[in-house]
Design a protein. Structure first.
Length: 364
């Protein structure tokens, strides 16, 4: 694609000489002898690069730059042309976004190289803007993937908090109440971050929702999900999942752990870990998954989390900070969850190197 250059200089001889050189290089040129007319045409031309004279009678280069930046008219790189060596003027122009200077007169090869550098900078700026838009769309997509942060039924209360490492992340959670009163829930962690992780979380959510149509146990669901994911995500990618199903008729938690951090369960003042783990989802198509059980009673609490929530913090390394809060005696559910939530959301971002998700399940 032909690159468009806006050349603004009040000296006709300069415009003529530079336009001849640039036209021979295949650039599309727009010539202006003053900054005011150039400003009026900026949106229509949408240049890839602006070559701007510092000293002009109607509007000098600094005034032009100030207008452009204050009104956010373009992100095109600006190459300043000047015969002045005043360091203060150069400093002010750099602050307004000029990336380089060419002198009057300037060696042709030097000028062309600085123009080429500016166009490369412009490409990087445009790519950055494109990524910002993609991230915004991916973040919007993820808002549709997550269920409400709270599920409250006559028999169970589930509250969840999640904090991605960047704008979007690779953690996922979901829960479903069946007509017979059973409740199934899961927390998953997709390898990777940002846009690729957001894409994979969408696939995982879809695969989970399809799996529960044909399987009614956590291990059966994991088996179907694994077979589907092994052919739809890259071989180097994987998903860890803890999937639990509460069966209130038998007062049992059925669960399957696919390579995920072991949840903590609290009954009364006793804290235990839900042991047992099978393969990650994805890498091994024919991996076997097993149903395990744990007795639950009124007041039992199950705390699930991704490994990002285990970053060392003020509460200690690993899951010690979670155990400390669970043992703190703050047994009101809202108060307990708020303490967990504060640790996830307000722990300094400088110490975060992964997405953080935590789910608290309480049997009523």
């Amino acid at each position: 694609m032909t690159k468009k250059i806006m050349l603004i200089d009040d000296e006709e001889s300069v415009r003529k000489a530079m336009s001849g050189i640039l036209a021979r290089k295949g650039y599309e040129l727009s010539l202006f002898d003053n900054g005011i007319d150039a400003l009026d045409s900026l949106n229509d031309i949408n240049p890839d690069l602006i070559i701007l004279d510092m000293h002009m009678p109607r509007m000098d280069g600094l005034a032009f730059l100030k207008n452009v930046r204050e009104n956010r008219m373009t992100t095109a790189p600006v190459l300043m042309v000047t015969g002045s060596a005043d360091p203060e003027l150069k400093a002010r122009s750099y602050k307004l976004g000029v990336y380089d200077y060419i002198n009057k007169p300037e060696d042709t090869e030097v000028m062309l190289k600085r123009i080429e550098n500016g166009l490369k900078i412009g490409e990087m700026i445009n790519f950055n803007e494109f990524i910002k838009i993609e991230l915004m769309m991916a973040r919007k997509l993820q808002t549709y993937l997550f269920p409400p942060m709270v599920l409250d039924t006559p028999k169970v209360n589930i509250q969840t908090v999640t904090k991605p490492l960047s704008d979007i992340g690779g953690d996922l959670f979901d829960y479903i109440e069946f007509r017979d009163g059973r409740v199934i829930f899961f927390v998953a962690d997709v390898s990777g971050h940002s846009i690729s992780a957001a894409l994979y979380t969408a696939i995982v959510k879809m695969v989970f929702r399809n799996a529960i149509k044909d399987a009614d146990t956590p291990a059966g669901i994991m088996t179907l999900m694994n077979r589907e994911l092994s052919g739809n995500i890259p071989i180097e990618s994987f998903v860890t999942v803890f999937c639990g199903m509460l069966d209130f008729s038998s007062s049992l938690l059925y669960y399957c752990n696919a390579g995920h951090p072991a949840p903590i369960v609290m009954t009364g003042n006793e804290i235990d870990v839900l042991e047992g783990s099978d393969s990650f989802l994805g890498p091994i198509r024919d991996a076997e998954f097993h149903n395990l059980t744990w007795p639950v009673a009124a007041g039992s609490r199950i705390c699930l989390f991704t490994d990002g929530a285990l970053d060392p913090g003020e509460g200690g390394a690993g899951d010690e900070w979670i155990r400390k809060i669970l043992k703190s005696g703050k047994f009101g559910l809202d108060e307990l969850f708020q303490l967990l939530r504060i640790n996830i959301m307000e722990r300094p971002a400088s110490g975060q190197d992964d997405d953080r998700t935590l789910m608290l399940v309480r049997i009523k």
